[in-house]
Design a protein around this ligand. Structure first.
Ligand SMILES: [Zn+2]
Length: 291
């Protein structure tokens, strides 16, 4: 239960929900970088939100949530795959005021984008999220309302140990809609505290909120940290940088070093590796002779 996504349905009302608990998954992110406390909360919330969104959109591939700021926080990225693996990172400048609000951290021209990258290499799709100054949850609620045309509510929390989230979504009404079901579900969820969301096991959490409702619980699905970086991807990036650029870096120092911002893994290329990399990019010179 410690790293899981748990789906549930109200049997008597057109409401579905999902609870995300990130434990080791979240700590794997915290172990790799020392984030200021105020940024840690946003990053953890965005990670829980990413897991919930990926589960709700049921998209085959990667769902990338990216906040770009021009305030003290420059970038926050969370990626969640359809296999429920997550990675996350953030960039910021200087000291962050621990009382700073979400929109103050991002600055006046913050940008929030959600990119869906299909696993089959097809064209990715990007949607822009209007930033709500109150935070990640409210911003994503607007996004889901606009993109999915479904009322969606999110409750998110993060501390040094865990990140967690609850998502409720109003489904299109069935034959005998329980008109009040959505209101009951969201009103009760409003009473949930951040410590409860973070620490209560899913069944206890749902019992605490909805013991008077008839709920159907699905099998929990495991969530884990995994970084998708690889020497192939770093190689492709260096090839995009160009042979001349890589050569000029190698003239100044012995190796080109690329560190993955998500997992801190280091990739090193010396001049022999680099020549091999560019030789591999043009395995045969055939295209040049084919006019
Ligand atoms: Zn990595």
């Amino acid at each position: 239960m410690n790293d899981s996504l748990q789906r549930f349905l109200f049997e008597g009302a057109p409401v579905r929900g999902e609870v995300a608990h990130l434990d080791a998954t979240w700590r794997a992110v915290l172990e790799r970088h020392e984030y200021p406390p105020v940024l840690r909360v946003i990053l953890g919330e965005l990670m829980a939100a990413g897991a919930l969104l990926a589960a709700t959109l049921k998209f085959e591939g990667s769902t990338i949530l990216q906040l770009q700021g021009n305030g003290p926080v420059k970038l926050i990225v969370v990626e969640c795959t359809s296999e429920q693996t997550l990675r996350a990172t953030a960039k910021w400048d200087g000291e962050l005021d621990s009382d700073a609000t979400f929109d103050a951290l991002l600055g006046a021209n913050g940008r929030f984008a959600i990119t869906l990258v299909p696993g089959d290499g097809k064209q990715s799709y990007q949607g822009i999220v209007a930033i709500d100054p109150s935070g990640v949850a409210a911003s994503l609620e607007h996004y889901m309302q606009t993109s999915e045309q479904l009322d969606t509510r999110l409750w998110l929390a993060a501390d040094d140990e865990r990140a967690a989230g609850l998502l409720l979504q109003k489904l299109p009404a069935q034959d005998e809609p329980d008109e009040d079901g959505w209101n009951r579900a969201t009103t009760l969820a409003e009473t949930l505290t951040a410590p409860e969301l973070l620490s209560l096991p899913v069944r206890k959490l749902l019992h605490r909120l909805y013991h008077q409702e008839d709920l159907r619980l699905f099998e929990p699905r495991p969530v884990s940290f995994r970084c998708s970086c690889s020497s192939d991807r770093v190689g492709a990036m260096l090839r995009m940088l160009g042979h001349a650029e890589v050569r000029s870096i190698l003239e100044e120092r012995d190796t080109v070093e690329v560190t993955c911002e998500f997992c801190n893994r280091e990739y090193r290329y010396d001049s022999v590796d680099a020549e091999l990399l560019f030789a591999a990019a043009h395995p045969a010179q055939a295209p040049a002779t084919r006019q």
